[in-house]
Design a protein around this ligand. Structure first.
Ligand code: HEM
Length: 416
């Protein structure tokens, strides 16, 4: 896991920097331009560090399962700048290659069972109902409300917090620190936020060790596999990854998903007429506009050819999932959002050994969240013109900072 830094290595000044303010608001024209010019591009990130950006679907798909591409930062030798995470936060699944990864994933799977996830369905629905009613109340009182603060952020945070066993009072501060870490206003804020996150998780693991409860963290502490068990750093960094991955992506998919649906009234009508379309709609939302633009960075352990370009070992490779999803060579009319699309397969949850651990939960909570919103607030509408929406300044996640909503017919309502 990584984020922007302030300084870049020398010698990268001449590289193109496609990730600018216009990109943050709408990355898709940039991807289209890059794809048309070729699959693999040597570019500089906003922090100046050089990366290879892979944009064609076939190449992204193949690279996700290429064993010569390591996720372990130890294989990075050319200018990769992530943020300095303490080892206790970095010993997680997304920084580990095959043998260790398999061991860790087997242990995690002992706690993160499909039954534990399915048992959550009623709680997800209950939380979605409560938050939607509260959101409706806010709109009734004030004319409009921010869907991100009132619904899209708290729902996944409640679900993953309940699952993992995080006390309610600690959830929002954790989420705020993750937001700061991923998109700081000042670089110094990153270290401060990471420090708070680390201390909080150390305390949480210690508390569960002392008094186990019926939650995932206690199950992970107790998990055994042929006498093997998770070490302290592994536990802390797994809790970090699960809390962060479990809240960040889902919350942006819910807010971005609602925005997409509101912009496609014909699709919304189709969903209202036939709720059985929801699973297909969630898949199409994940393809068309899911927030996670890039897979986790990879480092070749030997020279690797991708899309006709030979990439040296130790360089940084970014596999652009969002570009792959709009590749016309794979998807007919790829920019069209269509819940009836025949080819629903996508890479939004990854592929191969790093396939998203929380995929069933992500699908379930996105569907429940959006269906509940539209059922409880049938007239929900944007409260500002789309051009006034504010997006996170990040090339990794295409994420709304806020989504002011109202209900149609209210002053300020913009219809559907
Ligand atoms: C809409 C929501 C989500 C999206 C779009 C998403 C996306 C992804 C993607 C693309 C990867 C693979 C990264 C790579 O190979 O570079 C991944 C891995 C992972 N995700 Fe998710 N995720 C979501 C929700 C969740 C949830 C709810 C959880 C936890 C409960 C979770 C936990 C994880 C973990 C632990 C991994 C690492 C798996 C491994 O390396 O073995 N994710 N996710």
């Amino acid at each position: 896991m990584d984020t922007a830094d302030t300084t870049g290595p020398t010698g990268t000044a001449a590289l193109p920097r496609p990730f600018d303010a216009a990109f943050f608001a709408d990355p898709y024209p940039v991807y289209a331009r890059l794809r048309a010019a070729g699959s693999v591009h040597r570019i500089a990130l906003p922090d100046g560090s050089p990366v290879w950006l892979v944009t064609h679907e076939a190449d992204v798909r193949a690279a996700l399962t290429d064993p010569r591409l390591s996720v372990n930062k130890a294989h990075s030798t050319n200018g990769y700048q992530g943020f300095a995470l303490p080892p206790a936060l970095d010993a997680n699944l997304l920084n580990i290659d095959p043998a260790d990864h398999l061991r860790l994933r087997r242990l995690v799977s002992k706690g993160f069972t499909p039954r534990r996830v399915e048992d959550l369905r009623g709680r997800v629905q209950g939380a979605a109902d409560r938050l939607a009613v509260a959101l409706a109340g806010r709109i009734a009182a004030g004319g409009s409300a921010d869907l991100v603060t009132e619904f899209a952020n708290p729902l996944p945070l409640t679900v993953i917090g309940d699952l993992l066993g995080v006390p309610e009072a600690d959830r929002r501060p954790f989420s705020a620190d993750v937001g700061t870490m991923l998109a700081p206003e000042r670089p110094a804020q990153i270290g401060e936020a990471v420090g708070r996150i680390h201390r909080f998780l150390l305390d949480l693991v210690a508390a569960r060790r002392a008094a186990p409860a019926d939650d995932l963290l206690s199950a992970l502490i107790a998990a055994r596999d042929d006498g093997d068990r998770l070490g302290e750093d592994e536990l802390v960094s797994l809790a970090f990854l699960i809390l962060m991955a479990g809240s960040e992506n889902a919350q942006h998919l819910i807010s971005g998903g609602l925005l997409t649906l509101l912009g496609h009234p014909d699709q919304l009508d189709a969903l209202r007429a036939d709720p059985a379309l929801w699973p297909a709609a969630v898949e199409e939302l994940m393809r068309h506009g899911h927030p996670n633009q890039m897979a986790v960075r990879r480092f070749p352990v030997e020279p690797v050819e991708i899309g006709g370009t030979l990439i040296p070992p130790g360089d940084t490779v970014l596999l652009c999932l969002a570009s792959a999803h709009r590749d016309p060579a794979r998807y007919p009319d790829p920019d069209r959002f269509d819940v009836h699309r025949a080819d629903k397969a996508h890479l939004a949850l990854g592929q191969g050994m790093h396939y998203c651990l929380g995929a069933p939960l992500a699908r379930m909570e996105t569907g429940i969240a959006l269906a509940t919103l539209l059922r409880r607030l049938p007239g929900i509408a944007l409260a500002v013109p789309p051009g006034e929406l504010r997006w996170r300044a990040s090339f990794r996640s295409h994420a709304l900072r806020e989504l002011p909503v109202t209900v149609a017919g209210r002053p300020g309502g913009r219809g559907r």
